[in-house]
Design a protein around this ligand. Structure first.
Ligand SMILES: Nc1ncnc2c1ncn2[C@@H]1O[C@H](COP(=O)(O)OP(=O)(O)O)[C@@H](O)[C@H]1O
Ligand SMILES: [Mg+2]
Length: 464
C-alpha cells in the first residue's frame, strides 16, 4: 500500500531567493560551539547563538525529542535569523519545517490540521530500499537528430561498460533530458535507478584521470565498476512523514507537494502510515529522524493550538519545537488570561528559553555590511554611517529595507555607488514606524530636515 519514491521532492522545496535571511548560512560557531564574532552571516548575539548551538548538538546526538525552545526578544533582534541558522546547520538529512503563527488563520484547513501537517513535515523517515540499478562507465552518448526539424521527441543511444561487459541502451526523450540535466559525458560513472529512471553521477572514471587539468580539482575519480551492469543496491531515501501522507492520500496525489495545496489529510491515512512506518522500523528498514518545527510569532496561536502542541510533544516521534515571540506579558488568544509571552503556563513550563538582546551600533553596522554584500550593493562609507545611525534610531529591519530602496535610487540617477543622498531620499520616501505614528498623531506639521544631523535630532525627538 504505502510506497515511497520521493527523493526528488527536496530539489523543489529548497529553492532559495535573496530573502530577509538569505545571508544567514549557519550559526557561526566553531567546533567547540563557541560563537565567532562574525561568521556564516551572523553577527553578535553570541549567547543566544551559543545556546542554539547546544540545542543543535543535542538534536544531532538524538538526545532530545519532544522538547521545546522559546526564542524571546524584541523585534529585529535576530530570533528568526537564529532559527534559520539552526536550519542551515542541520543539513539536508534532518527536516526543518517552518510556520508563522498567523498563517494558521489563513489556511483552508483547520488550525489543528495545519499544525499536525507542520509536525509531520518535521519528522523524517530514512527508508532503506533494495533497488535495481544499472551502474557503469559511459562510453558514448549518441543523440539522433530528429528527421523532421522541430520534431518533438528525441531518441538516442547510451553505451555503458563495466570492466567485464559493455551494453548499448536505447534512450527516450525523458532519459535524454535527465542525462543533459546531470551533464553526463563519456567517462562519467553513473547509476540509473531502473524504477524511477533517476540518474546519479558517481564520479569520473580513473581511466580519464589524465584529463585532470581540464576537469578542475573538484572532480571525484572512481573506479570503473566491475561485474554485471545491472545490480541490486541498497538505496536510502529521506522523506518526511508529511510527504508520505500526501502521496498516499488518495484525493491529493504527490503533485500537491509542490503546490503546497494538500488540503486536509484523513486520520485513517495517517494511522495506516504510522502502522506501516512502525513495521518498517521493526524490520530495520526505516529509521525515524526527529527534525525541527519552528513556529514564528507564536503569540498568534490560540489556546486550542497550544493544547494541541502540548499533546503533540508527548508523542514518541515528536520533533524539537522551536518557537519565537516578541511579546511580553499578554493575553493568551482565545482566553481572558494573561501570561508571559502569551503562552499558557503548562507549555511555558516545557520550554527552554533563549533571549535575544538589542544590537549595538557596531553590530548593526556589521549586519548592514553583510546585507549590502548579499544584495550586491556598493555603498560609500558616509552612506553606511548614516544608514547605521538610522538603524540605531529606528530599527534594524527598517535600515535593511532601505538598502534595496537606496540602490534603486542610485540606479535611477545612474550612479554606481550608493551615496548619502540616496539614503536621504529613501529615508524621506519611506517612513519608519515611529515617524509614521507621529505623522498620524501630529499630521502634516512635522517635516524633517535634509541633513544627517537633522535626521538624528528628529529621531531622538521621537524617542521621547
Ligand atoms: N545576528 C545577526 N546577524 C546577521 N543578521 C541578523 C542578525 N540578527 C538579525 N539579522 C537580520 O536582521 C533582520 C531582522 O532580524 P529578524 O531575525 O527578522 O528579527 P526578529 O525575528 O527577532 O524580529 C533579518 O534580516 C535578519 O536576517
Ligand atoms: Mg521574526
Amino acid at each position: 500500500m504505502v510506497e515511497v519514491k520521493l527523493s526528488e521532492s527536496r530539489d523543489l522545496t529548497r529553492i532559495e531567493r535573496i530573502g530577509a535571511h538569505s545571508h544567514i548560512r549557519g550559526l557561526g560557531l566553531d567546533s567547540s560551539l563557541e560563537p565567532r564574532e562574525v561568521s556564516e552571516g551572523m553577527v553578535g548575539q553570541t549567547s543566544a547563538r551559543k545556546a542554539a548551538g547546544v540545542i543543535l548538538q543535542m538534536i544531532r546526538d538524538g538526545k532530545i525529542a519532544g522538547r521545546a525552545v522559546l526564542l524571546a526578544g524584541q523585534p529585529g533582534t535576530g530570533k528568526t535569523a537564529i532559527a534559520m541558522g539552526m536550519a542551515k546547520s542541520l543539513g539536508l538529512e534532518t527536516p526543518f519545517a517552518m510556520l508563522a503563527g498567523s498563517e494558521l488563520f489563513s489556511l483552508e484547513m483547520s488550525k489543528t490540521e495545519a499544525l499536525m501537517q507542520a509536525f509531520r513535515k518535521a519528522i523524517g523517515v530514512r527508508i532503506k530500499e533494495e533497488a535495481e540499478v544499472i551502474e557503469g562507465e559511459v562510453v558514448e552518448i549518441q543523440i539522433d537528430r530528429p528527421a523532421v526539424a522541430g520534431a518533438a521527441s528525441k531518441t538516442g543511444k547510451l553505451t555503458l561498460k563495466t570492466t567485464e561487459m559493455e551494453t548499448v541502451y536505447d534512450l527516450g526523450a525523458k532519459m535524454i533530458e535527465a542525462l543533459a540535466k546531470e551533464k553526463v559525458q563519456s567517462g562519467d560513472v553513473i547509476a540509473i535507478d531502473k524504477a524511477s529512471g533517476k540518474i546519479t553521477k558517481l564520479g569520473r572514471s580513473f581511466s580519464r584521470s589524465r584529463e585532470y587539468d581540464a576537469m578542475g580539482p573538484q572532480t571525484k575519480f572512481v573506479q570503473c565498476p566491475d561485474g554485471e551492469l545491472q545490480k541490486r543496491k541498497e538505496l536510502v531515501h529521506s522523506v518526511t512523514l508529511h510527504e508520505i501522507d500526501v502521496i498516499n492520500s488518495r484525493t491529493q496525489g504527490f503533485l500537491a507537494l509542490f503546490t503546497g495545496d494538500t488540503g486536509e489529510i484523513r486520520a485513517e491515512v495517517r494511522e495506516q502510515i504510522d502502522t506501516k512506518v512502525a513495521e518498517w522500523r521493526e524490520e530495520g528498514k526505516a529509521e525515524i529522524v526527529p527534525g525541527v518545527l519552528f513556529i514564528d510569532e507564536v503569540h498568534m496561536l490560540d489556546i486550542e493550538c497550544f493544547s494541541f502542541l502540548n499533546r503533540a510533544l508527548e508523542n514518541e516521534m515528536a520533533p524539537i519545537l522551536v518557537v519565537a515571540t516578541n511579546r511580553g506579558i499578554t493575553t493568551i488568544r482565545g482566553t481572558n488570561y494573561k501570561s508571559p509571552h502569551g503562552i499558557p503556563i503548562d507549555l511555558l513550563d516545557r520550554l527552554l528559553i533563549i533571549t535575544t538582546k538589542p544590537y549595538t551600533e557596531d553590530e548593526i553596522r556589521k549586519i548592514l555590511d553583510i546585507r549590502c554584500q548579499e544584495e550586491d550593493v556598493e555603498m560609500s562609507e558616509e552612506a553606511k554611517r548614516l544608514l547605521t545611525k538610522i538603524g540605531v534610531e529606528t530599527s534594524l529591519r527598517y535600515a535593511i529595507h532601505l538598502i534595496t530602496a537606496a540602490a534603486l535610487s542610485c540606479q535611477k540617477r545612474k550612479g554606481r555607488i550608493v551615496e548619502m543622498e540616496d539614503i536621504n531620499r529613501v529615508y524621506h520616501l519611506f517612513l519608519d514606524v515611529k515617524r509614521s505614528t507621529q505623522y498620524l498623531m501630529e499630521f502634516q506639521n512635522q517635516y524633517i530636515n535634509e541633513t544627517a544631523d537633522g535626521d538624528e535630532e528628529d529621531a531622538n525627538a521621537m524617542e521621547s
